[in-house]
Ligand binder design. Structure first.
Ligand code: ZN
Length: 356
């Protein structure tokens, strides 16, 4: 009897022990699954924040690199040359351009911008102070470089491309890279070219504003409408690149006759918000229809010959193949004559058309 009881107790103990082992094994297995999962989640967030940081640092770096480049090339000058009548773009081409681009517009873009908005604010906060500091350093050196070049009899040339980004932009960037030339892009708010916008900055060019839609009746309809065109584009470019653009060119130039509102109404607003605008004193003439590659080349080279410092107007819109084809030859000629080719910065002496 007793031994039977003992046997039963022994069996009960064994069961208990087995159950305990089972529990331990289950807990162990559960831990093996849960711990790595938690680790993965932690690492995922860590990775995310690191990529944001890297993106911010990359923007910083490209700013510094472009600054260092222009310092090496040395230095800057004042340019008060007045534009001649022929420097102005034809209204026809600007209008045509506006029409051909009318399909890709602001509404689409808003969505793209919002998706990355919070991320960009973080990047923005990290990069702004550095960018400002670098910009102020460059002010001195760009002015010195320009002055030194002019004194030495060299031409100083700022090549500028309006109305992009578009389907030619990537190829244009390749050409500029090949010749190691930095230029200025005055862009509109066309979506689908985010890579090109980032390349412009990463490769040391200046990304500047040319209004969101480029549609004269919208841009120049009222001051409110103009402000909206500027702010929407500025926000969009900041969202895409992490860098806030502060340079601007009026569609048609500041001497355009597309508005009944005095242009000073708009320039005063730009002043208030710290945006600098640039016209041009050399036109490639590519605003006209059916211009040839040769004419674009001749217009640019003749214009450059007449100025110590030239701000050259060209277009980077999809239908400007004459300009695109002329660019390599223009750069080769400028480099042969040892011209100093620079991107526009906040320190560049602006060229302004007649403002009333
Ligand atoms: Zn334009």
């Amino acid at each position: 009897m007793k031994s039977e009881e003992e046997q039963l107790t022994e069996a009960a103990r064994r069961r208990k022990r087995v159950n305990l082992y089972k529990r331990i094994i289950v807990i162990f297995i559960a831990a093996m699954i849960v711990l790595p999962t938690i680790l993965c989640i932690i690492l995922f967030f860590k990775l995310n924040s690191l990529s944001k940081e890297v993106k911010g640092l990359k923007s910083d770096l490209s700013q510094y690199v472009s600054m260092a480049d222009s310092k090496e090339e040395q230095e800057v000058v004042n340019n008060n040359t007045k534009p001649s009548e022929t420097d102005k773009p034809t209204d026809v081409s600007e209008t045509r351009n506006q029409d051909s681009n009318a399909s890709q517009k602001p509404e689409e873009t808003q969505t793209t911008g919002n998706n990355t908005a919070s991320q960009t604010e973080i990047i923005q906060n990290e990069t702004e102070p550095a960018a400002e500091q670098a910009a102020s350093e460059q002010t001195v050196s760009e002015q010195e470089a320009v002055q030194a070049a002019v004194k030495a009899g060299r031409k100083v040339v700022y090549l500028t491309f309006d109305d992009g980004p578009g389907k030619n932009t990537a190829a244009l960037l390749d050409v500029l890279k090949k010749y190691d030339v930095k230029v200025t892009f005055f862009v509109n708010g066309y979506t689908g070219f985010e890579d090109e916008l980032n390349r412009i900055i990463e490769e040391g060019h200046t990304l500047a504003m040319h209004t969101y839609s480029h549609r004269y009746e919208v841009v120049y309809g009222s001051l409110d409408s103009f402000i909206n065109e500027v702010v929407t584009l500025q926000d969009y470019l900041t969202d895409v690149t992490g860098i806030k653009p502060v340079l601007f060119r009026f569609p048609g130039g500041s001497s355009n006759e597309q508005t009944n509102i005095p242009i000073s109404t708009f320039t005063e607003y730009l002043d208030e918000v710290g945006i600098t605008y640039f016209d041009w004193n050399v036109s490639s003439g590519d605003g006209s229809n059916n211009i040839t590659t040769e004419s674009v080349y001749n217009n640019v080279m003749n214009g450059v010959a007449q100025n110590d410092v030239s701000i050259v107007l060209m277009h980077d819109s999809p239908d400007k193949s004459a300009t695109f084809n002329a660019v390599p030859k223009i750069i080769e000629s400028l480099q042969e004559m040892d011209a100093l080719i620079l991107p526009i910065t906040s320190d560049t002496e602006p060229v302004h058309h007649n403002v009333k």
